[in-house]
Ligand binder design. Sequence first.
Ligand code: BG6
Ligand code: MG
Length: 224
Amino acid sequence: MTKFADIKGFVFDLDGVITDTSILHGNAWHQLADSLDITWSTKLGNALKGISRMDSLEMILKAGGKANDFSDAEKEKLATQKNTNYIAEVNKMTPANILPGMKDFLDGLRANGYQLSLASASKNAPRVLDKLELADYFPKVVDPASLTHGKPDPEIYTKGAALLNLKPEQCIGVEDAAAGVAAINAAGETSVGIGDATELAAADMVFSNTAAVTLANIKAKLDN
Ligand code: BG6
Ligand code: MG
């Protein structure tokens, strides 16, 4: 396994890692599912974490047995409707919405000379970073519009390392979603999962919450 001393950069997911927008995404999709008479479940909400906007819509329609009920134009309209609701919630965000310990973790990474990039599937990521006043921490953001494949494909994490001019083995990826952990692993980076240990069993290490994600804890797991 990679040694802590080899690590030079961190590639971050945003939603559910730096802030709890995963709840806002879930609420906005739930609202849309209700309007389409599709039964919502926590399981469906969890499966959507890390999944792109249009892929999420497809998964919801499929879950409701309506995969073939809408034209592409209608699907675009539905996705836009969800995004409008989501943005209204994002616009209310402030730095108080940064998840516990994450600001200290980011400050510690910067102070120790690590490079940072963002590998979020969200086209709203720059807006969210702005609201959290964290845009300065992430001058390198992978543009999700440039991707051929979404998570769990490694592309976004491969690009996240390339933006830093680092090899994948020199990077740690940080994720809250199973699809994201799979993407990090397939990119050849070290994966840090935040959340349920069973759900994120594929990760190189799992922390149950963001407050536990510290450089010291990561070092201890890598070098033990
Ligand atoms: C991911 C979220 O970060 O971004 C998903 O985990 C979301 O829930 C995806 O669907 C795309 O986000 P957006 O903001 O482009 O619709
Ligand atoms: Mg996430």
